[in-house]
Design a protein around this ligand. Structure first.
Ligand code: CTP
Ligand code: MG
Length: 168
């Protein structure tokens, strides 16, 4: 009984956070072009965000994530349109925050950084969407546990499909 309740919570959490996942994945397909940091360097002489964080990628993430959320809302009534927009925006801001930290640590664009590649986008998505729809601690805990393996798996699939040049 307890385990089926836990499974239901996990599935509800995944359904809810789907726009943030879509937002995070969209730039792989629709990104590229003009870099968000205008090719500028930080005080440490390293790129602020790096060439892989582009304007098109950022906006494709916000738009696609929100659109998927609207579709979900039409199907079963959640997440709300506001939550979808907020978590998609949060995901993209979190993704850039992760890159900012990677650059400060001297990790080059596109190089793997366990946890920094998975958590900033998720945590910002959860915090942003909290303004509209607060998630329970159980659901947040499930998402923190399940997101790194899902991220690894989707990256492997994107690599095998030829969408990404590296498998992380
Ligand atoms: N991308 C983009 N614009 C964004 C985010 C991502 O164009 N705002 C594209 C880039 O082509 C990027 C790919 O999506 O290479 C994968 O994104 P991600 O893994 O988040 O970036 P990394 O290439 O790993 O770069 P970083 O080291 O800065 O995280
Ligand atoms: Mg990456």
């Amino acid at each position: 009984m307890a385990s089926s309740k836990a499974l239901l919570e996990l599935l509800q959490a995944l359904w809810f956070i789907l726009p943030a996942y879509v937002s995070n994945a969209a730039p792989v397909i629709f990104g590229g072009g003009f870099p968000l940091d205008l090719n500028r360097k930080w005080f440490d002489g390293r790129p602020i965000l790096g060439k892989n964080k582009t304007v098109r990628g950022f906006f494709s993430g916000v738009v696609l994530g929100t659109l998927v959320g609207l579709l979900q809302f039409n199907l079963i009534g959640n997440p709300t349109p506001t939550a979808s927009f907020l978590m998609s925006l949060g995901a993209m801001i979190g993704d850039c925050t992760g890159s900012f930290i990677k650059r400060r640590l001297g990790i080059e664009s596109g190089r793997k950084a366990p946890l920094l590649d998975q958590y900033p986008f998720l945590m910002f998505a959860i915090i942003f969407t909290y303004l509209d729809t607060p998630l329970s601690l159980t659901k947040i805990a499930f998402l923190l546990l399940i997101t790194p393996p899902i991220h690894l798996l989707t990256n492997k699939v994107a690599y095998l499909l030829g969408l990404k040049s590296c498998s992380w």
